[in-house]
Ligand binder design. Structure first.
Ligand code: DGL
Length: 258
């Protein structure tokens, strides 16, 4: 029997999923979270679909063994390759793509949307399929992932690299941009400077709404009314992880070695 008082497991290849975790912590303050940054396998977005699918199943299994009641895949690339985990997991698993695509379709007035995602997410085509009634300009932006993982995210050099990569989108018309990689919220300033005046859709808020529905329907909401805890883990170096997330203001324990 799944126990509502167990923690929720959240994972990403690195720091990007913290943009989702932040929203989850704010919306579900009584829940306990364990967050895994899978740095040993980061980046996911330039690997093959089978490599990522294998790793997603492994991480999911490890989370289940640690007793989570629910798995949130705070990574688009992992979500696009999670069919096996979703099929076999004894606890509910939710990814970020469906809620985010749905939200983008709702908010776009022209139904013309730019998708910024990792090369593998673009290749998998999940967003393009879900948004088949809109015009989607998809751009593989795996080059942004090391910039978001780095500590000089806010430098002019990073802004110039981002602007240069987004140049090719300038010839298209669109009113909405999807950050189809959870790392890209960390480059928000640089992206919005390069592509000003657009509606931006990130994964955190739409995913949190979908999580709320599942927690209620499956009677898995935390019963304790006390403030929950969040514990961060990495498959890489906890020291490096700590230095990478000085911007992360949410309260948490760790980071610890997974
Ligand atoms: N944050 C991940 C996503 O949302 C991808 C980063 C990576 O390439 O590892 O797709």
């Amino acid at each position: 029997m799944n126990n509502p008082n167990r923690p929720i497991g959240v994972f990403d290849s690195g720091v990007g999923g913290l943009t989702v975790l932040k929203t989850l912590q704010a919306q579900f303050p009584n829940e306990d979270f364990i967050y895994l940054a899978d740095h040993a396998y980061c980046p996911y977005g330039i690997k093959s679909a089978s490599q990522v699918a294998h790793r997603v199943s492994e991480v999911g299994q490890q989370m289940i063994e640690r007793g989570v009641k629910f798995i949130i895949i705070a990574c688009n690339t992992a979500t696009a390759n999670a069919a096996e985990l979703m099929k076999t997991s004894p606890v509910p698993v939710i990814g970020v793509i469906e809620p985010t695509a749905k939200k983008a379709f709702e908010v776009s007035k022209d139904k013309k949307i730019a998708l910024l995602a990792t090369d593998l997410t673009v290749k998998m085509g999940s967003y393009q399929h879900l948004l088949r009634d809109a015009t989607v300009h998809a751009l593989g932006c795996s080059v942004f992932v090391p910039l978001a993982e780095g500590i000089d995210r806010d430098s002019s050099d990073t802004a110039a690299k981002v602007a240069n990569h987004l140049q090719s989108l300038k010839e298209f018309e669109f009113d909405t941009i999807i950050y189809g990689c959870t790392h890209f919220g960390l480059l928000d300033q640089a992206i919005q400077k390069a592509l000003p005046g657009k509606i931006v859709v990130e994964c955190g808020e739409p995913t949190a709404s979908a999580v709320a529905e599942i927690l209620t329907c499956s009677k898995l909401s935390q019963e304790m009314q006390t403030l929950g805890t969040t514990t961060l883990y990495t498959t890489g170096s906890p020291k490096v992880f700590k230095d990478q997330i000085t911007w992360y203001k949410g309260s948490f324990l760790g980071p610890y070695q997974w």
